[in-house]
Design a protein around this ligand. Structure first.
Ligand SMILES: Nc1ncnc2c1ncn2[C@@H]1O[C@H](COP(=O)(O)OP(=O)(O)O)[C@@H](O)[C@H]1O
Ligand SMILES: [Mg+2]
Length: 88
């Protein structure tokens, strides 16, 4: 399992876009991917919802608390994890 956090101090620099496309691209090459939205604004969740999902290989979950982020390890069952993080 690999955990990739897409992070930057500033907003509007492409974190969510990168996380969503990265998760989709990994799933398109056969990986199982959990896309975790750690931003309370929920942009990645909304994106996946409006797109009708990101394909069979991507499970999108909200994880805005430390407990939820720690719980990802159990949830993921070996899948790759991409985390979209909030700005500072
Ligand atoms: N590689 C890129 N080239 C041009 N515009 C981009 C690129 N990545 C993101 N954007 C645009 O920049 C804006 C902010 O992107 P977003 O992913 O929401 O940033 P963040 O999550 O860091 O706040 C959006 O309008 C998005 O479409
Ligand atoms: Mg964002």
């Amino acid at each position: 399992m690999t955990v990739i956090a897409v992070a930057a101090l500033k907003g509007g620099v492409g974190k969510t876009t990168t996380a969503v496309y990265f998760a989709w691209a990994m799933a398109s090459s056969g990986e199982k991917v959990v896309l975790a939205d750690a931003d309370r604004q929920g942009s990645a969740l909304r994106w996946a919802d409006e797109a009708g999902g990101l394909g069979d290989g991507v499970l999108t979950v909200g994880a805005t608390t430390p407990e939820a982020l720690r719980g990802l390890r159990g949830l993921c069952n070996g899948a790759e994890v991409v985390i979209d993080t909030p700005s500072r």
